[in-house]
Ligand binder design. Structure first.
Ligand code: AHM
Ligand code: MG
Length: 334
């Protein structure tokens, strides 16, 4: 990074944003800084995963019935502890915990936000040194300040999100988030240990030549889903050629989609009759980000994903998300 140019850190950026909105209390900015701090701690451990004794199965299964890696537990603890210590968060819900956690100290009970997160998404990629990420989602609580938060605070439709974002631990570590107005991307500069604004005002290209879906399940998908995927399968040399990508980490798929455009699909099939990805921890925050960057996200032909009212914390859902025109084409094919 060239420091002859003024580089704006995450803290500087959120403070500047506060100046633009004189009525703002600074609580959301504080919350984002706390999330950024937890992300830096996780990043340090992710970077040394191959050499430290934090790699591999912890010998437990999570509430989804999946094997938990030690790094998942570490990331989960970091985000919970950082938000618990924060004076801006009334409670959290994590993909790794069965129930939400209400923080009952005086500061927490007087804060207006709750946070949902997937501490380490794509954890099957850890062993092979491929990108993983953290996804977060912020809502204003419905319960009154001064009382502990409750389940309904966490089960709000995605359109009610106040902020959402992810951290990608990839070839570089980035934090990308939206606070309803725009989508901003920050890259961690390891030399100063700060997230620096590197991708201001991200806009998803309206169309692209990339499609992403686990093709291993192609024959298990419904016919209408196969028809939608077939839009991107060249049948002869004259057809437009699309590129297929599937990382196995939603954070990486969405990051690529934000920058290069494309469509990411995770339809229902076989044992995942309601879809595989989680509404509250994965699909809502990513849909909010993508929509704020000019893209689209649907659950099926007729349903905008962000309008769904979750009925439980660990609910799963099918998703078709990405460049606006490509989602429209898929919607017509479904
Ligand atoms: P995780 O949160 O347990 O790591 O799993 C979610 C991940 C998504 O990021 C990714 O899109 C999907 O699992 C890939 O699953 P599969 O390889 O079974 O299609
Ligand atoms: Mg996940």
């Amino acid at each position: 990074m060239n420091y002859k140019q003024k580089v704006m850190t995450l803290d500087e950026f959120t403070i500047q944003e506060l100046r633009n909105f004189p009525g703002a209390t600074g609580q959301l900015s504080g919350l984002l800084r706390d999330i950024g701090l937890a992300a830096k701690r996780v990043n340090v451990e992710v970077n040394k995963a191959g050499i430290a004794d934090i790699l591999g199965e912890a010998g437990k299964t999570n509430v989804q019935g999946e094997a938990v890696k030690k790094l998942d537990e570490f990331a989960n603890d970091q985000f919970i502890n950082s938000l618990k210590t924060s004076i801006y968060c009334a409670g959290v819900a994590s993909e790794e915990n069965e129930d939400f956690i209400a923080f009952t100290d005086e500061h927490s009970m007087n804060s207006k936000y709750v946070v949902l997160f997937d501490p380490l998404d794509g954890s099957s990629n850890i062993d092979v040194n491929v990108s993983i990420g953290t996804i977060f989602s912020v809502y204003r609580r419905l319960t009154p300040n001064g009382s502990p938060c409750n389940l309904e605070d966490f089960l709000q439709p995605g359109i009610q999100q106040i902020a959402a974002g992810y951290i990608i631990y990839g070839s570089s570590t980035m934090l990308v988030y939206t606070t309803r107005r725009s989508v901003q991307g920050f890259t961690l500069d390891p030399s100063i240990g700060e997230f620096c604004l590197s991708h201001p005002n991200i806009q998803v290209p309206k169309s692209s030549d990339i499609f992403s879906v686990n093709m291993g399940y192609y024959h298990l998908f419904d016919e209408n889903v196969r028809n939608a995927i077939d839009l991107y399968m060249a049948k002869d040399a004259k057809d437009k050629i699309y590129r297929h990508r599937f990382v196995g980490c939603m954070v990486a798929e969405i990051h690529r989609t934000l920058i290069q455009g494309g469509i990411f699909m995770y339809p229902a099939f076989g044992k995942y009759q309601n879809g595989r990805l989680r509404l509250c921890y994965e699909c809502n925050p990513m849909s909010f980000l993508i929509e704020k960057a000019g893209g689209a996200s649907i659950m099926d032909k007729n349903t905008r994903l962000l309008e769904i009212k979750p009925n439980q914390l660990h609910q799963r859902i099918p998703i078709f998300i990405g460049s606006k025109h490509m989602v429209e084409d898929v919607k017509a094919a479904l």
